[in-house]
Write a protein that binds this ligand. Structure first.
Ligand SMILES: Cc1ncc(COP(=O)(O)O)c(C=O)c1O
Length: 329
């Protein structure tokens, strides 16, 4: 299968916001979007997006994973950027219409259809740095994706960075392009300098998250992760793993922890990144102050694997959807 994010379904859904209301939504053949060069998004980064997946089960029908939670997160992002907030039912229906039109193109689980709703400010005004975009375009595109969790024991290496911030105080829990732009430079520098896969941003010693995934510590009976606050993106995978961990008898400890504490815990705790793309990917090494530190013995551990498998089983239908996370199309 082609590299993630480079192949698209031949249809997309879109709707414009003009004159204070959402217009008629359309499902049509994917095509370039004509935008005026003065569009707000190009100058003032008025953009947010979502990323989640639909799975095709053996019965030939699709299930969208945590659709309504992703819609709610998109609404929160839009509100924080002062963009017109998409109506929840409208956005959910745009996703459902698109998935419904593409069911036959969804590969078998654990492969899936990645869904990417995107909202951009389109008002034509280059003097609007301090004004919201009063016009917007919302669209949803879809991309078939393979299972990038190889399960071959490969672990990730992270730079523990207690200097840089991933984003700003205002936009930590907003899924907006500027956050990825901010994390890109430090992440590329860290890859080049230390050969790491990602940077774990820990400003002032506070262990937060990487550029595109949340961070968890896992033992035989406990999962530790940062509690929800405005500094980081509230991942649906994080939330799912915490709920599945509780179902499986783990103590869920949502608490702040420092780099110092992290280094004390990794000889005995597994570490993992959670996200729609990462699912739950084991971390084997940390680099801190130029020194390489193994997480346990450096290999993937049984608890992260157990929780990852529990998540996958809900998504592919081999375990019951006790929490009502799936929307059937
Ligand atoms: C910054 C950031 N943190 C965490 C996540 C994980 O979120 P989710 O589990 O909802 O995919 C993502 C991916 O969307 C992300 O971009």
């Amino acid at each position: 299968m082609a590299q993630f994010g480079t192949v698209f379904c031949d249809h997309f859904t879109s709707v414009r916001y003009v004159d204070g209301s959402w217009q008629q939504r359309e499902l049509k053949v994917i095509e370039p979007i004509p935008l005026h060069p003065a569009s707000h998004v190009f100058h003032y980064a008025s953009t947010c997006f979502e990323g989640f997946k639909a799975y095709r089960w053996e019965d030939g029908r699709a299930r969208i994973y945590r659709l309504h939670d992703h819609v709610a997160r998109m609404q929160k992002s839009a509100a924080s950027l002062r963009l017109p907030v998409p109506d929840a039912d409208m956005l959910a229906q745009m996703v459902i219409d698109l998935v419904g039109s593409q069911v036959d193109d969804i590969p078998e689980p654990p492969s899936s259809l990645y869904l990417r709703p995107t909202l951009i400010g389109t008002v034509e005004n280059i003097g609007a740095a301090a004004a919201p975009s009063t016009e917007a375009l919302l669209f949803v595109i879809a991309s078939p994706v393979g299972d990038y969790f190889s399960g071959n024991g490969k672990t990730l290496k992270l730079l523990v960075d207690d200097q840089n911030v991933r984003t700003t105080a205002q936009l930590g829990s907003t899924k907006t392009g500027g956050n990825y732009a901010a994390a890109l430079g430090p992440t590329l520098d860290a890859k080049a300098k230390y050969g790491v896969d990602q940077v774990l941003f820990c400003p002032g010693g506070d262990v937060q998250e990487t550029g595109a995934a949340n961070f968890l510590l896992i033992s035989d009976d406990e999962v530790i992760t940062k509690p929800l606050d405005s500094s980081f993106l509230h991942g649906m995978t994080r939330d799912s793993i915490l709920k599945l961990a509780a179902d499986n008898g783990y103590t869920v400890s949502e608490r702040n922890f420092t780099v110092e504490e992290l280094l004390q815990l990794v000889p005995s705790y597994e570490a993992a990144l959670s996200g729609t793309a990462a699912t739950l990917s084991p971390v084997g090494q940390l680099v801190y102050n130029g020194e390489e530190i193994s997480v346990r013995d450096g290999n993937s551990g049984p608890n992260a694997e157990k929780l990852r498998a529990a998540l996958q089983a809900v998504q592919d239908g081999s375990a019951p959807d006790k929490h009502g996370w799936l929307t059937e199309v």
